[in-house]
Design a protein around this ligand. Structure first.
Ligand code: ATP
Length: 344
């Protein structure tokens, strides 16, 4: 019998941070729409940066979820573009099915704007850490009677502890000073009360990191006014879904929306946008969001030098005015690629 990952609150998506310079086996899901062309560019940029990667390219659709999940488990790391989620009757969208198959339980969104990307707060530097295995967002719903539906919010102490430990791990690893626990325990006293209490208990084990708590609606108000006051935000599944996009919006949109999803022994790096059907095949899609996902993947693999060089090269390219039309420029995707490679 397989155990639910929440059974082990100490579970971890290793192999984080090991093996700079080695050959990394990585699953690639080029996805649909502009996914294949932006993934290709990300691969070329990684290659130019000196990353040594053994790509295991996979097509993800409703029929291949098990095969792609096996590849992700085997390699431990995957770079994923957006996949067509057109509903297949009786089946969940392939990306969600893949995350369920891999039992991912954490999503981390590092939000740090690149320059000249329209960020309202250019100095923002926040990690949003979101539990993704339970809560009302898990989608357990049913019809009680005609015209009445019920959605179930599940909160377990094990999953709360696991995500809290991951948030403090992220804070420690990245030298952060504060974790803010986000909740609505004034209304959902039992479920969110458990989330808050558990996170506070884990926080007490980290006296070097400040722990504070804030109710989610107050957080949203504070975020749009004083986002610089926040550092690592820890929250459940539904609030995390909403707040991640709020913070990305403050930081300039699609280039600040990389999502890092973690399960036991597996980490997926993706760009949640990147559909852009009007741009497919026109060499006009902005490749930076996919390169950002690839850059964070390199950092996860311990290739900090490659990550930092990519960050600097992207910043320089933007500063020099090399940008695709969505950022107000007139350059093509491949011109942006070439400019990055030239600056690496
Ligand atoms: P959906 O609403 O289903 O999420 P969408 O295409 O509207 O699909 P996104 O893919 O999230 O949503 O994109 C939002 C907007 O940003 C769209 O106008 C899209 O064209 C644009 N966009 C997304 N990714 C890129 C990109 N890499 N380069 C340029 N524009 C992009």
């Amino acid at each position: 019998m397989t155990t639910h990952p929440a059974d082990n609150p100490h579970s971890s998506p290793a192999p984080e941070g090991s093996g700079a310079g080695r050959l990394h086996p990585i699953t690639l899901v080029p996805g649909d729409w502009i996914g294949p062309e932006t993934c290709r560019i990300a691969q070329e940029v990684l290659d130019a940066a000196g990353a040594r990667i053994d790509w295991d390219e996979q097509v993800l659709n409703a029929d291949t979820v098990d095969q792609v999940a096996a590849s992700c488990r085997r390699n431990g790391v995957a770079l994923c573009a957006r996949v067509d989620a057109s509903p297949t009757p009786g089946r969940v969208p392939p990306t969600i099915a893949l995350r369920k198959a891999l039992r991912t339980w954490a999503a981390v969104r590092p939000v740090r704007p690149l320059p000249h990307t329209g960020a309202r707060f250019p100095d923002l530097d926040i990690f949003v850490v979101r539990e993704t295995s339970e809560d009302i967002y898990a989608g357990y719903e049913h019809e009680v009677t005609d015209g009445v539906y019920e959605a179930i919010k599940i909160t377990t102490e094990a999953a709360c502890e696991r995500i809290a430990r991951w948030a403090y791990h992220v804070a420690t690893r990245h030298g952060r000073r504060k974790v803010t626990i986000v909740h609505k325990s004034n209304i959902m006293k039992q479920s969110d009360g458990l989330f808050l209490r558990t996170a506070q208990r884990v926080g007490a084990e980290h006296p070097d990191i400040e722990t504070e708590e804030v109710i989610v609606d107050a957080l949203c108000m504070k975020l749009v006014r004083w986002p610089q006051n926040f550092d690592v935000l820890l929250m459940g599944n539904l609030f995390g879904d909403i707040v991640s996009d709020l913070v990305s919006g403050l930081a300039g949109g699609i280039t600040a929306a990389t999502t890092l999803s973690y399960g036991d022994g597996v980490a997926l790096f993706s760009n949640p946008h990147g559909k852009a059907p009007d741009l497919v095949g026109r060499n006009l899609a902005n490749p930076l969001p996919m390169i950002q996902a690839a850059s964070y993947m390199m950092r996860h693999l311990g290739e900090t030098d490659i990550h930092e060089r990519l960050q600097r090269a992207m910043a320089q390219v933007l500063r020099d005015g090399v940008r695709t039309p969505d950022l107000g420029g007139s350059h093509t995707s491949t011109q942006v690629r070439d400019a990055i490679i030239a600056r690496l």
